[in-house]
Design a protein around this ligand. Sequence first.
Ligand SMILES: C[S@@+](CC[C@H](N)C(=O)[O-])C[C@H]1O[C@@H](n2cnc3c(N)ncnc32)[C@H](O)[C@@H]1O
Length: 361
Amino acid sequence: MLFDEYKYFNYKFPEPQYLGAKHSLISWISQHIPKNIKTALDAFAGSQSVAYLFKQMGVKTLSNDFLNFNNQIGKALVENRLTKLDNDDLITLFQNSPQKQDFTLMEGIFTDVFFERSESQFIDNFRANIPLLDSPYKQALAFTVMNRSLTRKITMGHFGHTQALVYAADPERVKRNRSLIRPIRDLFLELLPKYNNAIFDNEQENQSFNENILELLPKLSGIDLVYFDPPYCDSHADYQGFYHLLETYTEYWKDKEFINGIKRYEPKRYSGFDTKSEVIANFEKLFELSSEIPYWLISYNNRSYPDIQTFEKMLSKYRDVTIEHKTYQNGRGGKGSVAGSKEILFVCKPKINIMYQQIKN
Ligand SMILES: C[S@@+](CC[C@H](N)C(=O)[O-])C[C@H]1O[C@@H](n2cnc3c(N)ncnc32)[C@H](O)[C@@H]1O
C-alpha cells in the first residue's frame, strides 16, 4: 500500500481554476483521511481535486458533481485508466467538421460577449468533432482540456462578468495575462500534455457521476468515507452563474433560454444547497442518506450559512465531530477565500457507543 501511494503521487493534478477548489489544501485534508479506507466518495467534486487525491491514495474512488463539465473532468482523470489524446485525435478535433452547419450555438450566443466571432466558430467546430472520437474517455478529455482553455482565456477565470473582450483590448491587462489574446487552439495544445500526463491506473473501478447528490446517495453502497464540499451558502458561490458557459458548451443545450448580459442558461439545475431557505433541510437529508458511511469529512467556511456552531450541532446527532481550521492569509477571491476567513474541516467519526455496540454484537 505504501509503495503504491508513492507510485501514484508521481502523477500531478493539473492546476484547476475553479471557485473553492481544494487543490492547495490537499495535504492538509489528506492528514484527516483514515488509512484503512477502501472506497471513498467525493460528493460535490467540482474540479475533482479531492477525488484525484483519493485515486492517488490507491482507494476505489467515486466522484460526483451535478454539473456535467465537472463530471467530464472526473471521467477523464478519475475514472479513466489509460486513454490519452494522441496526434490522430487532434487531427479529428481540429478538422473542418462535416456537421458545421448544425453547430453554431457558441457563435450565436457568445460572439462579442466573451469571444470574437472566429474564436466562437473555432470552438463550435471543435465541439462538432468531439463525438467523432471513438472513446468516451477521449471525449471527456477533449471537453476537459477545452473547458480549461476557455477559462484561461477569460479574466478572473469565470463567466460571471462581460469584461473579457474589453480587457483583451487593454495592453496593460494583456501584459499581466497574455492568455487574453492567445488563440484558444494554442492554449489547448499547451494544456493537453499536463492532462495526458495526469492519467494513471490505480487498479480500482473508479467512477464519476453527474447527479444531484441527494438522488445519487440512495443508489450507492459500500462506501467507507465521504467528502462533502458543498457550495458555501450565502457567500455568493453561484456556480451556474460563474461557469454557465462551460456547461452550455458541454451540454450544447437545445432547450434553454440564455439570459442577462452574461447569457446564462435558464432554467438552472436544482442544487438544494445554495439557498438559505432550504439548505438546512437538505443537509439533514444528506446526513440521513449517509448514515451507513462511517467516516465523513466536510469542508466549510466561517462565513457560510448555517454558522459553524449550528452546523456542528446538526452533525453531532450522527457522528463524533472534531473541527479543524486553516486561516487564509491571502484573499484570492471567490467562495469565502477572503483574507482572514477560515477554511474549516469537520472530521466526523462513528459515535463511540455505536462502535461499542457493533463490537459487542
Ligand atoms: C465548493 S465546490 C467543490 C470544490 C471541489 N472540492 C474542488 O476541489 O474543486 C461545490 C460543488 O458542488 C456542486 N454542487 C452543488 N450542488 C450540488 C448537488 N446538489 N449535487 C451535486 N453537486 C452539487 C457544484 O457544481 C460545485 O462544483
